[in-house]
Design a protein around this ligand. Structure first.
Ligand SMILES: Cc1ncc(COP(=O)(O)O)c(C=O)c1O
Length: 390
């Protein structure tokens, strides 16, 4: 085991910013009232929530009442998609909903459930070889009865950024609502909702140095959507449940810091990311960059390696102190390829060996150079262990 600890899994989660931690602390102790209570204890907590809502709205360029607090990216996706689909049904609009194969499971499985349990008709937009959804491809599946389109802003596994403004415009031509999962984009890409022209947008606190278990959904003011969690009518009736005050405060602070300091961080990420990509492509054989070289998240590098089981690779890297991740899952010792990599057209000889390396604020050039030294050794050993697929 190595004594080094290099964290290259910032797309999975980021550490909490120390300044955010400080800002959250009073809401665990002194300021403990229930924000729904009329007394001063409650109103102090309520004021903090409304300030957080205002701060996020400033970054989104929207009205504060268009921000709904949720328990994270998954819940925001569920509320957006199921809420909009159910509202369309209630209003006797169409029954056709659209997404694509590379979505996070919070979107993908919600669409599956809407299809299998609730009888919606789902179409999947074809993707290009870099995993991008083009406006042309979206247009090819749109119909007059399409009520909802959900396409992610940036992909978690391959980092590809989609042309959201153009895609939203196509959806609107057909009178459909447009949702984007911006969970990976938040903290790095433009979140101005009037530039993007979207109706619904999901974010999650823990991807931009905020706390885990907190998220938000932007709901454009005239968007027909009904709650999926009913109860005491919190959050303008769209999401019931007593507010997680410290985390709401923390998420808003984290987003503010991320956008105040964005240029500096993006420059740092891109330098490290490009060094990783060039170093890996130049020194290792039979490796491909997955996703786009240019239209990709600044912090994100992802690859497929031929004839290697990614789970072996992850364990070997971990033993050398490098934390990375893969889209391939190891379920009870039975490795499975990444669905995203398969959808991009790679066969099993490649799809078992996907690797994601995502850099962050604390990552250094030395961390990258150490990774570039270790990875070729890990790949060489891993390939010796490869058993051909029958
Ligand atoms: C693209 C995307 N959507 C949704 C989620 C789920 O977010 P959360 O972990 O906050 O539920 C993730 C988390 O990895 C993600 O990457």
């Amino acid at each position: 085991m190595s004594t080094r600890r290099i964290y290259l899994d910032h797309s999975a989660t980021t550490p909490l910013d120390e300044r955010v931690f400080q800002a959250m602390q009073p809401y665990f102790s002194e300021i403990y009232g229930n924000p729904s209570s009329v007394h001063q204890f409650g109103q102090e907590a309520e004021a903090a929530i409304e300030q957080a809502r205002q701060d996020i709205a400033t970054i989104f360029h929207c009205q504060p009442q268009e921000i709904i607090f949720t328990s994270g990216g998954s819940e925001s996706d569920n509320l957006a998609i199921r809420g909009a689909a159910f509202a369309a049904r209630q209003n006797h609009k169409g029954n056709h909903i659209v997404t694509q194969a590379l979505e996070h499971s919070a979107v993908g499985r919600t669409f599956k459930q809407l299809e299998e349990v609730f009888g919606f008709e789902v179409s999947y937009v074809p993707i290009d070889k870099e995993g991008r959804v083009t406006p042309y491809a979206l247009r090819s599946v749109m119909r007059d009865d399409t009520v909802l389109v959900s396409i992610m802003y940036a992909n978690n596994e391959i980092g590809t950024i989609n042309p959201i403004t153009e895609l939203a415009a196509v959806a609107h031509e057909y009178g459909a609502i447009f949702h984007t999962d911006a969970v990976q984009a938040a903290g790095q890409l433009d979140l101005n909702v009037s530039h993007l022209g979207i109706d619904l947008m999901s974010i999650s606190g823990h991807k931009f140095y905020g706390p885990k278990g907190i998220g938000a959904l932007y709901v454009r003011h005239d968007t027909p959507i009904i709650p999926i969690q009913t109860g005491g009518s919190h959050e303008f009736g769209l999401r019931s449940g007593t507010h997680n005050v410290p985390s709401i405060v923390g998420m808003a602070k984290a987003l503010q810091f991320a956008y105040q300091e964005r240029e500096k961080h993006i420059e740092h990420y891109q330098l490290l990311r490009d060094r990783l990509i060039d170093g890996i492509l130049n020194t290792i054989e039979d490796v491909r960059l997955t996703g786009s070289r240019t239209e990709r998240l600044p912090s994100h590098a992802s690859f497929v390696f031929k004839h290697i089981d990614a789970n072996n690779m992850l364990m070997a890297l971990d033993a050398k102190g490098i934390a990375a991740s893969s889209g391939s899952a190891c379920k009870t010792g039975n490795p499975e390829p990444s669905g995203v990599i398969l959808a991009l057209g790679y066969d099993l000889e490649w799809a078992m060996g996907s690797l994601r390396l995502s850099v962050g604020r604390q990552t250094t050039l030395e961390d990258i150079d150490y990774t570039l030294e270790i990875l070729p050794q890990v790949v060489t050993v891993g390939r010796k262990l490869w058993t051909p697929i029958a």
